[in-house]
Ligand binder design. Structure first.
Ligand code: OOG
Ligand code: MG
Length: 254
């Protein structure tokens, strides 16, 4: 087995057994292309076990996230149907290692994106926009990683919840985004914190998916990246995000 395949296998087992591993980058060197190759193999294992690819997630599209994790380049990861929790539903704490939550905006595609798109074209590709919550769960000990480590680990993707979809509109700037845990506002950000304009995250997704060969198909979801830093969650927490007119999205940890 090649080293790339071994790394994908280790990450897969870490996720399936909720048992964290040491980050690779402290003892070995690998590049961005190799990191995405590990991610592809990792998703391939989940698909082989019956999961379906249903979208992608962007990471490190805000200063708050880059500062929290010490990483300063955008990343792209993949979402499967198994990761989705319905709005108002619950996730099991024991399915994760050290889960954190963050408030996001999601796009639903109405058309395949097969090459980089321009900011002026985004409305041609999207038929819904919603508030979202993303649960991230690094498979590395202490939630510590390099850029390559986190890409290999499918960008810490673990679970996500989508609010009701709204008609897409050109202007998504200046929407207040609040993360609430047990009814208490924990973080407040603004949609401008996502690359100055969340639509730019879709443009960046089109560029990264083209470069690293990730599918972006009609019906797929694109998570634009968190507007605030992420927060650890615990059993019996009730988590909500309010995103101005996009309204709220909610789940419970059991
Ligand atoms: C990586 C995932 C980053 C975002 O929204 O910026 C991310 C991590 O922080 O573990 O999902
Ligand atoms: Mg995120």
């Amino acid at each position: 087995m090649s080293r790339i395949s071994e790394m994908a296998t280790s990450l897969h087992i870490a996720q399936r057994q909720q048992s964290p591993i040491a980050q690779f980058s402290t003892t070995e060197t690998f590049n961005l292309n190799q990191a995405y190759e590990i991610q592809h193999q990792l998703i391939g294992k989940r698909v082989a076990e019956g999961e379906h690819h249903i979208g992608i997630k962007m990471g490190f599209t805000s200063e708050a996230k880059m500062a929290q994790m010490g990483v300063s380049e955008m990343i792209i990861g993949q979402l499967t149907d198994k990761m989705e929790c319905i709005n108002g539903g619950s996730i099991k704490r024991t399915d994760f290692i050290h889960p954190r939550v963050e408030p996001e905006i999601a796009f639903r595609l109405k058309k395949d994106i097969t090459e980089p798109i321009a900011i002026g074209d985004v409305l041609n590709y999207v038929d819904g926009v919603s508030a979202a919550l993303e649960v991230i769960d690094s498979r590395y000990e202490n939630f510590k990683f390099s850029l390559e480590d986190v890409i290999a680990d499918n960008c810490s993707s673990a679970a996500f919840v989508l609010g009701n979809f709204h008609e897409p509109r050109q202007v998504l700037t200046d929407l207040e985004m609040t993360l609430l845990i047990n009814g208490k506002p924990i973080e407040t950000g603004n949609s401008n914190d996502i690359l100055g304009n969340p639509w730019k995250s879709l443009v960046a997704a089109s560029e990264l998916s083209y470069k690293y060969n990730l599918p972006l198909k009609a019906g797929n979801i694109v998570l634009a990246g968190a507007a605030t830093s992420a927060h650890f969650i615990n059993v019996s927490d009730e988590i909500a995000a309010d995103v101005a007119e996009l309204q709220s999205v909610f789940f419970r940890v059991v």
